[in-house]
Every structure is written in structure tokens, then in C-alpha cells.
Ligand binder design. Sequence first.
Ligand code: PRP
Length: 184
Amino acid sequence: MQEYHEFLEEILIPEDVLQKRIAELGKQISADYAQNRDILLICILRGGVLFLTDLMRQISVPLAIEFMGVSSYGVGGRLSTGHVRITLDLNVDILGRDVILVEDIIDSGHTIAAVLEMLETRKPASICVCTLLDKADRREVFVPVKYTGFSIPNKFVFGYGLDIDDYYRNLPFIGVVDLNKYKP
Ligand code: PRP
């Protein structure tokens, strides 16, 4: 894999800014759900993993976590097709639970819209969406987003859960790819 400094155009969101905003989101969620018995955070794999693990440590109400595998881009692709495939389903019944879907990014909206539609049929007490990044300009379907970390421009971003051809999810910041310099 190419060294990322060779194609890093800019750091869009540095680590300290990310962590500060995630702490704010955790505080807000804790306040909003203070009266609830507990909440269930459902992380959409794989990009949402880093966000989930940092966010959950900033939430003070009792919570459980679950994972859901969803694929919307196909192997090696970079554009959403609108086709959403469930690759891993939940292990628990969400009937009557207060659910928060945790995503790294919402782009066209197809992925999270499909997940919401599917999970709503399982009759949770409530369900909402928390995304770290929102590319609102790219939306093709309406998605009700309750918590947003950052609204970002339509750039190819990577790091902090987001991959470039499956690599660099482990970077602690969100970077922008210079597509003229990236060699797939
Ligand atoms: C990304 C991201 C969202 C989805 C957003 O996942 O994590 O789930 O795409 O795009 P959309 O709003 O246009 O549907 P991806 O399919 O790349 O899988 P990954 O998280 O495993 O990288």
C-alpha cells in the first residue's frame, strides 16, 4: 500500500477536533437519554467502529452495543450504487429498545435509509441516526439525522474508520485524498 503522506492533500479534521466534537456528542446523547432505562448503539461496520468506541466512552447512560454489516459500494468501488446488502445481522431483538445507529459517514443516504427501514419493522421503542460525517450535498434519499459530528464538503476522505481501498482506517484524523497522487 502506498504511503499515505504521498496522497494526503490535507488533514480535514485533526484528531483533537474530532475527539472534542465526539465528547460533545456523547454529552448531548447522555442528556437526551437521561430518562431512559438504557440505549442500544448499533454500529454499522466497518467504518463506524472507531467512532463507536470513542463515542460510547463519552456516554454516561447505561448502554449496550451491537454490530451490523452493510455493504453499499461493492468490492473496490467508491460510488454508492443504491444497492444495499446486509452482510451481518444483529444478534439481539430490538423490540422496545431505544436504538441509536452509529455511522462514520452519510453520503447518498442509501445505506442508512435501507438500514432504518429494515430495523423499523422490528419495532424498537425509538430509533435515530448518529453520524460522524455528513456529506449533505450528495444526498439522494432523505435521511433523518439526529446527531451529526461534522458536515463536510464533497471530497474523498479517509482515516478514522474510513478506508482507501481497505487501508488507513486506523489513522486518528480525517484526511483528504489527492486523487492525482493516489496510485490504486
Ligand atoms: C460507507 C459508510 C456508509 C456508507 C455511506 O460504507 O460507512 O455505510 O458508505 O454511503 P451512502 O450514504 O452513499 O450509502 P462502505 O459501504 O464503504 O463500507 P465500510 O464502512 O465497510 O467501508
